[in-house]
Design a protein around this ligand. Structure first.
Ligand SMILES: NC(=O)c1ccc[n+]([C@@H]2O[C@H](COP(=O)([O-])OP(=O)(O)OC[C@H]3O[C@@H](n4cnc5c(N)ncnc54)[C@H](O)[C@@H]3O)[C@@H](O)[C@H]2O)c1
Length: 243
């Protein structure tokens, strides 16, 4: 394993989830110092990865986490936003505004809150790297047969926010980029297990991505090999959007 992330501190939201867990595992293997943030499941983090309770829907919670991270260590903390939720197959005409808000509250409002709080500290220290996990559902295609208009629109917003932050902050050393995966077998999709075979058939590669493959793309964008990537979106959808 390369060591381009050696010694870098990286906070990962949603670290107890399928993709977040793979990201902290990968970062640890690369010699980085990942810190796992989540609302639940912190006891599942790999050995050696400190966990902090953090709720993306609360600016106060994220502010407290950032203060704790810099309390007695001034080294920059990069950020990976992996936390996210999806509604369960809800037709748009039946969706309550509360359901829509709940998804947007985590997926885009939460990404803004964390990016702003961590971004301010990176700007103050002359630079750093932020990677947000959006989705192929944002811009590349509209998933089918499941109906998830709140999720899809929130992910399109993550891509747009990432590009906007990249432009505002790139000249001051903070690179902001996005990884947009296709289907990955994680708890996020477990309620829709009856659709998995169809999703695989709809994918050129005929399978889901592994969380480890997503983690590899994140590690690349975080690190110096991606030094000229600003506002990029790595679409890794196994060819789904080509069908
Ligand atoms: N699994 C897929 O097929 C897939 C495809 C494309 C994109 N994504 C995106 O990848 C990211 C990770 O998804 P996953 O598949 O690992 O899902 P997951 O359900 O396994 O993990 C999501 C994690 O986010 C955490 N979380 C939820 N609300 C939170 C909050 N308010 N504050 C802090 N943490 C919170 C959960 O506790 C969970 O640990 C998400 O943004 C998701 O939208 C997933």
């Amino acid at each position: 394993m390369g060591s381009t992330l050696e010694g870098r501190r990286v906070a990962v939201t949603g670290a107890a989830g399928g993709i977040g867990h793979a990201i902290v595992t990968r970062l640890l293997a690369e010699g980085a110092e990942p810190i796992g943030l989540d609302v639940t499941g912190l006891d599942r983090l790999p050995e050696g990865v400190p966990g902090l309770e953090a709720d993306l829907t609360s600016a106060e919670s994220i502010s407290a986490v950032v203060s704790a991270l810099y309390a007695d260590d001034d080294r920059a903390v990069d950020l990976v936003n992996s936390a996210g939720i999806v509604e369960d197959d809800v037709p748009a005409e039946d969706m309550s505004v509360g359901q829509f808000d709940a998804v947007h509250g985590v997926n885009i409002r939460g990404v803004f809150i964390t990016s702003q709080a961590f971004g301010r500290e990176l700007l103050a220290r002359g630079g750093g790297s932020i990677v947000n996990i959006a989705s192929m559902s944002g811009n590349a295609l509209v998933n089918w047969p499941q109906k998830q208009s709140a999720y899809n629109s929130s992910k399109a917003a993550v891509s747009a926010l990432s590009r906007s932050l990249a432009v505002e902050w790139g000249g001051r050393g903070v690179r902001v980029n996005t990884v947009s995966p296709g289907y990955v077998d994680t708890p996020l999709n477990h309620l829709k297990a009856h659709m998995h075979d169809r999703w695989k058939r709809d994918t050129v590669l005929g399978r889901f991505a592994t969380p480890e493959e997503v983690a590899g793309a994140v590690a690349f964008l975080l690190g110096p090999d991606a030094g000229y990537f600003a506002g990029a979106e790595l679409l890794m959808d196994g060819g789904s959007s080509l069908r």
